[in-house]
Design a protein around this ligand. Sequence first.
Ligand code: ATP
Length: 308
Amino acid sequence: MTRPVTARVPAKVNVQLAVGGLRPDGFHDLANVFLAVGLHDEVTATPADTLRITVEGADADQVPLDHTNLAARAAAALAERHGIEPGVHLHIAKDIPVAGGMAGGSADAAGALLACDALWDTKASRDELLQICADLGSDIPFSLVGGAALGRGRGELLTPLETGGTFHWVFAVADGGLSTPAVYRECDRLREASGGGAGAADVPDPEPSQALLDALRSGDATALAAAVSNDLQPAALSLRPALAATLRAGADAGALASLVSGSGPTCAFLAKDPEAAQAVAAALAASGTCRTVRITSGPVPGARLVDA
Ligand code: ATP
């Protein structure tokens, strides 16, 4: 195919992020309940002599344009498996905050894979695409799958979850990002400092909350709000204390739940309905505690090709 191919990929919020102890390989076992939400990046693949990346969007200057870009790595991995040259220009239209705890880089990797698979006609199976995603990063398989899912292992072993309705969210985007590895290190440091230890033998095995899974299945926002949790939140707050004021502003405005999204610093607010989401968003915008406020909902589908 020589026409450009565009893939659209959603962001995620973790409605539960239970983090086990530090494993000898440096990872943590997780019980990670992902929900795909309606902020999207678009990745457009066009034939080119070499692998080239361009990015547009408010955070574009924070995205690497070299071979470390996750979209470039995904394209290179697919090409290598199929014994072809990764000749492609990948243009990323970025709407997901960078280093914001919403899996923006993962979204671009999943989008690049889908778009290049169509452009190069490599006809990779779903399992092959999922395998490449898992090899590239823990959150990337979910970007491909979307909806709602439980991630075990490092988060890459996915079980799709049923959801009984649409949940309404407000996201408060912070100025500047947080490094995910730095937040995990801070989580370990806080666990050590509290005297409990941070190793796999010191921390209970992470388990999904049955109340949370039930709330997702029934579509009950109030029950979901009571069950959400994020073990990385204390670490994100420790590294970025100003987030406490953001969380408070959303809670004061009537959010059913206020939590840090993944490794942060984006804060996520669950609202009862679209009107409540508008009220929470207006209060957050007026609070001066964040850079931008976004209203959206989930679950939404994972990466898919769109007409350019
Ligand atoms: P997660 O929620 O999966 O932990 P995140 O949303 O916090 O991730 P990303 O937006 O994925 O963070 O970016 C993390 C870092 O990855 C960035 O600081 C950037 O240097 C690097 N990166 C590589 N490729 C990309 C990409 N395509 N888009 C954004 N960042 C990328």
